[in-house]
Design a protein around this ligand. Structure first.
Ligand code: FMN
Length: 204
């Protein structure tokens, strides 16, 4: 069981780190690994959460907190599907420099391109993270880029638009070592997990 932690929407930039540390300390006894979620489109202020220097500071503070417990838990970073190549290169540097345990790619997207809904409909729906099939390809490309560019230096958990066993295998082919489902679980139901596991076993 993973503990996915982030900052609250109302938190001011000076207090972001303390939000993460509070959640980290409270959850530490109960989870097997942690996810630093720096990519939720609903909590605002992404400039700081995309800044490499800030992320270095955040990760080192959380790692320090990790050392205060008897058993250190693995820590992964969860990133957006909307990062450009320069930003993805920075993520690779960051993971290598801080010896993070891996990356989860990806969160939901703020990009609305390629959707069937009209501009007016999208305006009415408003802001928020887009999940499911529309983010599938973007998240796969992020996984592929990170895996190839880093030379598979760290584990990647693939998530984004997995609605079938084939989608899960695509994530693994792109370089993911594990997969997660969220929207697919809602639309396809729990049977999707069995289908994915069977397909993976068939390939092994
Ligand atoms: C309603 C909803 C709530 C979510 N909440 C979180 C969250 O709290 N933390 C997080 O890291 N990702 C959150 N996500 C992102 C999902 O975990 C996942 O990364 C993303 O939706 C892409 O996968 P999917 O296409 O299988 O949904 C949320 C997604 C949805 C749709």
């Amino acid at each position: 069981m993973g503990g996915n932690i982030g900052k609250n929407t109302q938190t001011t930039p000076d207090n972001y780190t303390s939000d993460y540390v509070t959640c980290f300390n409270a959850l530490h006894p109960y989870v097997d690994y942690f996810v630093l979620n720096v990519s939720c489109p609903n909590v605002g202020s992404h400039a700081k959460l995309n800044d490499k220097d800030y992320l270095l500071e955040l990760i080192s503070t959380v790692k320090k907190a990790n050392k205060t417990f008897g058993k250190e838990k693995p820590i992964l970073l969860k990133i957006a599907p909307d990062l450009n190549d320069v930003q993805l290169d920075e993520i690779i540097e960051l993971v290598n420099e801080t010896k993070l345990d891996g990356v989860i790619a990806s969160n939901t997207s703020v990009d609305r391109s390629g959707l069937k809904a009209s501009e007016v409909q999208l305006e009415t729906i408003g802001n928020g993270g887009l999940s499911g099939q529309p983010v599938k390809e973007k998240s796969t490309q992020v996984i592929k880029y990170l895996s190839e560019k880093s030379n598979k230096a760290f584990p990647i958990i693939g998530v984004g638009g997995i609605h079938s066993a084939k989608d899960a295998l695509e994530k693994l082919d792109a370089g993911a070592t594990l997969v997660q489902i969220y929207t697919g679980f809602i639309y396809e139901g729990p049977g999707l997990i069995k289908k994915i596991n069977k397909a993976i076993l068939k390939q092994a």
